[in-house]
Design a protein around this ligand. Structure first.
Ligand code: URA
Length: 241
């Protein structure tokens, strides 16, 4: 049994607060009866209708996938390309939390818990994501410092939390840079390097909040443990939970 407002929020229909408002305002019907009491408990067999929309209540699943290149970060693709969801064996309607570019590899989370996904994706939650970028030339110390001071991308100042030169290949004149950001704007890492004249040849997300990609191989996935889910939730400010 689960509290009604939690189930509505978990379906992704509304935030927890909005779900509470909907209940109080008589917009929620459970098994044919209007329910206005917060904290009413429901179970998966109950039929829940919110503002005329039926809400599905299914067991929640949480996965981490090592996304391969040339895979779309969405639940479906109108051009029939492979999506991150195709890698996960489940009968639940899961979807990715946020996006990685078609050519970016690495750690991506998938779930059918809309409430959890919204919390993770809220821009103000400041979850740090770490990437390993292979650049077409060697990042100079000056450019590294310019990055750390922040650069304006699409009119918004983006300030990486950390930039670290990990490896230099003098023969090919390429390098590997570890960069941590918390904003998560579209193509943010590639744009940051592009702004300084570097082309990102390869990009892999190696960490998301408290999670590390570890030794998951390309295309492999695993469920998150309860502890890992709680650690992620604890990264978010208390009042948002
Ligand atoms: N930044 C990018 O440029 N691409 C990604 O896929 C993720 C972050």
């Amino acid at each position: 049994m689960e509290r009604l407002q939690k189930v509505i929020a978990a379906s992704g229909y509304a935030s927890r607060r909005k779900a509470e408002e909907l209940i109080i305002n008589g917009k929620v019907i459970v098994n044919g009866d209007v329910v206005t009491e917060l904290g009413t408990k429901v179970d998966p067999k109950d039929i829940i209708i919110v503002e005329g929309h039926s809400i599905s209540y299914e067991e929640k699943e949480y996965y981490m996938l090592n996304k391969p290149r040339e895979v779309i970060s969405s639940a479906s693709d109108d051009k029939g390309r492979k999506t991150v969801v195709d890698y996960i064996e489940t009968d639940k309607r899961i979807y990715p939390i946020g996006r990685l570019d078609y050519d970016t590899t690495g750690l991506i989370l998938l779930t059918n818990d809309g409430d959890f996904a919204n919390k993770m994706m809220k821009p103000s939650n400041n979850i740090t994501k770490t990437y390993l970028a292979k650049l077409d030339s060697i990042l100079t110390k000056e450019d590294s410092e310019r990055l750390l001071k922040g650069l304006v991308i699409d009119g918004v100042k983006c300030i990486p939390d950390r930039v670290k030169l990990k490896d230099i290949d003098k023969k090919t004149n390429r390098c590997l840079v570890e960069i941590s950001i918390h904003e998560g704007r579209n193509h943010e890492v590639r744009k940051l390097f592009e702004k300084l004249g570097y082309d990102t040849l390869k990009l892999t997300r190696i960490a998301y909040g408290t999670l590390r990609l570890g030794n998951l191989r390309s295309g492999e996935y695993r469920p998150l443990s309860k502890g890992e889910i709680n650690e992620l939730l604890q990264l978010i400010k208390k009042e948002d939970n």
